[in-house]
Design a protein around this ligand. Structure first.
Ligand code: ADP
Ligand code: ZN
Length: 517
């Protein structure tokens, strides 16, 4: 069967080989195993059901929410010589009736429908008379409340179960790879979670880096100056910050445009145009900017402040290097930006989702503190398990030596235990550095044996060490309005001397600082 599939790929689509993941999915489908295919946009999901539709007996039904794209897709298939059609709200009742008649006569390999159709009993009755070997659910994250685009009509997909005597195979497809959404899709569409294929999230032309504890404005101006010939985007978390950065850059003589939801539409459009035509060299914006923008020569995306989660980050950073040329993605990290995001989460969302959003924010903070390959961190976050270190991100190219920090880590862990594992990061760092802060005194922490045990280090250094420990999973965070930290199982191993912890460049931090002109 797979040999046939390869032949069809060549004959109908003109491609010589499958992309990573396509073959595995097609194999699942042809063996009648329902499965979930997670690939980024442009990864090549459509072929995963279009090729099987040519090999299976009957008409493959494709459920897609994007009515505007249905006709294009069908036209493309028709041009390739594959009989396909669609039914959605743009058709008249008469056209729907005619199309369904043709479908029942077995005239089509593929039938695209909008999910709303499934809410109509008369449509389901008509579908009953069609042989359907495969149901492809495009944009499958729409079925999950945790997805960013929940559509109640997707829940009607389960009604298809009652329609056919012989159960069709289901193939769910999405570019949203977060574990909770994936689990939801599998549960609601009765797909075994093991039958999930995730690929293609790595973007080899992007170099990721995180800049910690530097003067952000100075960094920005120098970076832009160094990249004077290139265009880039700077994302900030709030409108106010966008205005401030924009002003700063204008004063520095940079051709900057700005974009956020607080600006009049005409102005926004003008700024967007200036950026698209390269008249402006830098776009300073909130996350309101970028949807549907296809500018291929963006050479860098800088996040002036931490984004709210890895999903948003990768989507925004991914606007760099669409043309495949080397491009940079930088996050400028400052711990107070975590507070800004916590505040925004607290403000904007329904209460139920807050813990989950805080959890995701922690993922973003972990990204900023990992010392492993950043590209690998990203693909792992999205569930892809393979991958070598990229060799070009800030961490892969960090040549500072590793040093043993087991002893310091044990000191921190033991202090967390002694404080009862119910306090936050800041006060723990204060206790470790021997602060006389009122809260420290009030709780009597000065009596702890770990009080001041790291007093030769600054509060900032100890906080940094603790962030590193969180990102390494040695400390865990109990999210809440006042997050607290506790020792994880991995952390317990370190306390028991069963694990050694290495960290890059810490031992020489001070030396670097004094050598810095
Ligand atoms: P997605 O649905 O994942 O966003 P598409 O299915 O639209 O992506 O595919 C994106 C592009 O990649 C299309 O132009 C498609 O023809 C092309 N493509 C898909 N599979 C292959 C392949 N095996 N070889 C070359 N090009 C491919
Ligand atoms: Zn790397």
């Amino acid at each position: 069967m797979l040999d046939n599939a390869r032949q069809l790929l060549q004959n109908y689509f003109g491609y010589d080989s499958f992309r990573e993941g396509q073959e595995t999915i097609i194999n699942y489908v042809l063996n009648n195993n329902s499965s979930l295919c997670v690939m980024p946009t442009g990864g090549g999901k459509s072929l995963c059901y279009q090729i099987p539709s040519l090999l299976l007996d009957g008409t493959t039904v494709v459920i897609s929410p994007l009515i505007s794209l249905m006709k294009d897709q069908v036209d493309t298939l028709l041009q390739a010589g594959i009989p396909a059609t669609f039914i959605n709200s743009t058709l008249t009742t008469e056209e729907v009736r005619e199309t369904m008649e043709e479908v029942q006569n077995g005239q089509y390999r593929l039938l695209y429908i909008a999910p709303e159709r499934l809410e109509s009993q008369s449509f389901l009755n008509q579908l009953k008379r069609v042989k359907v070997p495969l149901i492809a659910v495009d944009e499958a994250h729409c079925i999950s409340q945790w997805g960013h685009d929940f559509r109640p009509s997707y829940r009607a997909i389960h009604r298809l179960k009652e329609v056919f005597d012989e159960q069709p195979t289901v193939l769910a497809l999405t570019a949203t790879a977060t574990p909770d959404v994936r689990a939801d899709i599998c549960r609601l569409l009765q797909i075994e979670e093991d039958n999930t294929v995730i690929t293609g999230f790595a973007r080899s032309n992007l170099s990721f880096s995180v800049v910690l504890g530097q003067d952000k404005n100075k960094f920005l101006k120098e970076f832009i100056k160094k990249n004077e010939q290139e265009v880039g985007i700077i994302y900030a978390a709030t409108r106010k910050t966008v205005d401030q950065i924009h002003e700063l850059l204008i004063k520095a003589g940079v051709r900057a445009a700005k974009y956020h939801a607080g600006l009049p539409e005409a102005f926004r459009n003008k700024e967007q145009d200036r950026f698209l035509t390269d008249e402006a060299q830098v776009m300073v914006a909130t996350n309101a900017f970028g949807m549907g923008i296809d500018k291929s020569n963006v050479r860098y995306v800088i996040h002036y402040q931490l984004p709210k989660n890895m999903e948003s980050y990768y989507q925004e950073a991914g606007r760099a290097g669409r043309d495949g040329l080397p491009s940079e993605c930088v996050v400028l990290y400052a711990s107070q930006d975590v507070q800004t995001q916590r505040f925004l989460i607290d403000q904007a969302l329904d209460r139920e989702r807050i813990p989950q959003e805080l959890e995701k924010l922690q993922g973003m903070v972990d990204y900023c503190h990992t010392e492993n390959c950043l590209q690998q961190f990203i693909v792992h976050y999205f569930g892809e398990s393979n991958g070598e270190p990229c060799g070009q991100c800030g961490n892969c190219t960090d040549t500072r030596e590793m040093s043993d920090v087991t002893k310091e880590v044990q000191m921190v862990l033991s202090c967390v235990v002694r404080m009862g594992q119910k306090f936050g990061k800041t006060i723990t760092a204060q206790v470790l550095t021997g602060s006389q802060n009122k809260k420290v005194l009030d709780f009597g922490f000065t009596n702890l044996s770990t009080y001041g045990i790291l007093k030769d280090k600054s509060l900032k250094e100890v906080s940094g060490l603790m962030e590193f420990m969180i990102s390494e999973g040695l400390l865990s965070v109990n999210q809440g309005s006042l997050p607290t930290i506790y020792v994880s199982d991995k952390g317990k191993d370190v306390l028991l001397g069963k694990r050694q912890i290495m960290r890059k460049g810490v031992a020489v931090t001070k030396k670097i600082a004094t050598n810095d002109p």
